[in-house]
Design a protein around this ligand. Structure first.
Ligand code: B4P
Length: 193
């Protein structure tokens, strides 16, 4: 079983790369952003709650996110492993994920961060905003709020996973194929160790 976290700032390409990597290793892809957006389009209670936070570029509260994640993991078990995209985003979420996996005698194997500079991220997200209809991609102010949330709440996880020797950072600038190859290299090195 292989459990990977794709890590990085908003727009760094976590969702894009998770979709490419999951098939190669037969992993289940869990994107908390996608689950929230699905709930928003179905107007569920969870969706209505998440909408207020997401549209402002803020993180959805931990308890709501963790409960949703637990349901997703339990629905998907048993499987070959997970690729988590956009989760965890806070230290609380990371600890809850570790506990949940431990209960199932599982663990996170690798956290792979996609390193992209803020100017490129802003350009990518504004470009996506032209067609995605996503409220959080519509202005530099909202994108800056998401980058600030990352710095305040998500960045501490670099140390959390570094301390466990599970953190790898790769250059997230380049073609989709180049970035996929960089991720695969990290996974293959881990598998061959
Ligand atoms: P997410 O849905 O996780 O999305 P994201 O951060 O916007 O983007 P991602 O990094 O996946 O980038 P993508 O591949 O799409 O989060 C949205 C919101 O949901 C959060 O702000 C928060 O409110 C909420 N949320 C989600 N999880 C949460 C949690 N755990 N706790 C609390 N709240 C949570 O790529 C972006 C764009 O770049 C795309 O247009 C793509 O085509 C382009 N792109 C990708 N790779 C590229 C490349 N190599 N070169 C050029 N462009 C590229």
């Amino acid at each position: 079983m292989l459990n990977i976290i794709l890590f990085g700032k908003p727009g760094s390409g976590k969702g894009t790369q998770a979709s490419l990597i999951k098939d190669k290793y037969s992993l289940l892809h869990i994107s908390t952003g996608d689950v929230f957006r699905k709930n928003m389009s179905n107007n569920t209670d969870l969706g209505l709650l998440a909408k207020g936070y997401m549209e402002k570029g803020e993180l959805v509260p931990d308890k709501v996110t963790v409960d949703m994640l637990k349901d997703e993991i339990n629905n998907f078990m048993p499987c070959n492993g997970f690729i988590f995209d956009g989760f965890p985003r806070t230290t609380f979420q990371a600890k809850e994920l570790d506990n949940l996996l431990l209960e199932k005698s599982l663990k996170i194997d690798l956290t792979i961060a996609l390193d992209v500079d803020n100017n490129s991220l802003i350009d990518r997200l504004l470009e996506r905003g032209k067609s995605s209809g996503r409220a959080d991609d519509q202005s530099v102010e909202k994108i800056n709020m998401r980058l600030q949330e990352y710095d305040n709440k998500t960045k501490p996880l670099v140390e959390y996973y570094n301390d466990q020797n599970k953190f790898y950072s790769i250059n997230g600038i380049g073609s989709l194929e180049q970035i996929t190859s960089r991720i695969v290299e990290v996974i293959e090195d881990y598998n061959n160790d």
